[in-house]
Design a protein around this ligand. Sequence first.
Ligand code: SF4
Ligand code: SF4
Length: 305
Amino acid sequence: MLYPAEKIDVSRCHGCGLCAMVCPVYQQGGNVMRTPHGLAKASQRDPELVREDVFACVLCGACAPLCPQDIDLMQMLIAMRSAFSHEPLPAGEQGKSADQKGRVVFVADRALLADEEQLDKVMDLLGHEKAVLASDQGDDISEAMQSGRQVNFDRLHQFLTTLQPVKKIIISDGLLQSVIRSKLPQISMQSLGQLLSSQQAFRRKLKASDFYMMDSQSYHADYQNMLAYYDALYCETECQLSRDLHRLAIPTGAHAKNGFDSKAQIDWLLQGRKVKRIVVESLADYHLLTKHCEQPVSYISELLP
Ligand code: SF4
Ligand code: SF4
């Protein structure tokens, strides 16, 4: 994942429309031009045609596991956005890799890095893994991918170099998770949501009346494993999961840039459900849900002692 836009072969799209079927942006607006199908077809004619539509995508990743042509759709969407940016990501300061050799490191998402109290709580919970905060969080790279700025490939290389000697990565940033998984497949990696929700103390507190909001980017970054993992979580706790009929994770739109109605998305997500509490894996989702929902919302760490 992460190549310049011109290296992505959009001509492989044969227009099956599977990506549109699960795209929340398409479900809201009905505009096929804002789906990978429409974007791939338009850019085959003239890449300029996708300039506005590509920023409607909320980067939830739901389309990525479905493409029968095996086009890396997240890569395609990120590269298309950055192709219109004239603001490249500056080379950042390289973190030290020596101190991380053989360690378990935690790469936090930007919302968590901005919340010192929650970050401290999460680091305490990762104590049993003897995890340390990664020396380079790569949050500037994540921000660039999210916002559509050009990613500086030297900077990306710096970031990945610091992670090469580690034993295991725990991560709460789903976009960076996709990148690291594709570039450093030999390193064991687990999402923060999976790690915390696998603890028995957590599972004992999760009830059938809870709505468990998965982080869609993390879920789709490791789709096959996550399918089985969340099936098991459901069987054990009977909690309600934020999955659709295709067993893809439904996003809130917390990362929306352009025109996505998050309030309508959340209303639709909870429509017809009997929910006493919402438990979320992503702090960005937590902020959005507390703004729009009547039910109490708990960040995943709050269910653990
Ligand atoms: S799923 Fe893949 S092949 Fe099918 S329309 Fe979407 S991008 Fe094209
Ligand atoms: S990442 Fe999500 S919002 Fe973007 S095109 Fe794919 S399904 Fe639609």
